[in-house]
Ligand binder design. Structure first.
Ligand code: ZN
Length: 233
């Protein structure tokens, strides 16, 4: 999954205003940010196979250190520890960042073919295989991202004109980029080029999210707030 992961960032932000949206954008892609360098180092393995599934050009052969269930628990635990005791020193921020890291597993399991091990390569591998249906993959990611946007917009309010429209425009751009990602031809057949383009996208998206989030402020939470998704201010 690609842009759909950002649904978790946008949804989680409402629970803790001190959690930076830029950090949450990086946290939901954290294991992929680690995965590509590990592939280049030969520690984990990915083969570029055109249309391996309807939605991807990758055969994800070996990735126990980033995409196993145990790895997710370890990375989430480390993220918690980092934000609890080193960076922000807040329990609630640390929980939100750890949940963002963990959310990647849940969403990846839905789309991956059975290539996500419980712990090592010989253990059971999980993956419901939605990638085999490109339209269903695209629709799921779009619905998740729009739902995340809706929650984010309802829990924050614009403080500038950029803040009013910026995040909505950004999400539309992400949805357009995902058309090329899912339905487009294979562009990078070198792993280095692939790693550079994916990592550049992840950091660029996080920077844009960080910047746009500064243009909005958190709304006061009411105890029983019902979110109705009309276009918010
Ligand atoms: Zn992943």
């Amino acid at each position: 999954m690609f842009v759909g992961h950002y649904a978790a960032s946008l949804a989680l932000k409402r629970f803790e205003k001190r959690a930076s949206l830029g950090v949450l954008f990086l946290a939901v892609q954290f294991v992929d940010i680690v995965f590509f360098p590990l592939v280049l180092l030969g520690v984990e393995r990915l083969n570029i196979v055109e249309k391996f599934t309807q939605s991807t050009h990758f055969e994800l052969e070996y990735m126990p250190y980033t995409h196993s269930l145990v790895a997710f628990l370890v990375w989430s635990g480390l993220a918690y520890a980092l934000f609890r005791w080193v960076i922000v020193k807040s329990h609630s921020v640390a929980v939100i960042v750890a949940l963002a890291v963990m959310s990647h597993w849940l969403l990846d399991v839905i789309v991956h073919t059975p290539d996500m091990p419980l712990w090592n390569d010989t253990s059971l591998k999980l993956g419901l295989g939605l990638w085999n249906n490109a339209i269903a993959t695209y629709v799921l990611e779009a619905v998740l991202l729009l739902a995340g946007l809706c929650l984010y917009m309802r829990s924050t309010k614009a403080v500038t004109r950029t803040g009013k429209y910026g995040m909505g425009i950004f999400v539309v751009l992400l949805l357009l980029i995902n058309i090329a990602n899912i339905f487009g031809p294979l562009r990078d057949d070198s792993k280095m080029d692939l790693a550079i383009s994916v990592l550049t996208a992840y950091f660029l998206f996080a920077a844009v999210a960080f910047w746009l989030d500064k243009k909005r402020s958190q709304r006061r939470r009411k105890s029983l707030q019902v979110y109705v998704c009309i276009w918010p201010s």
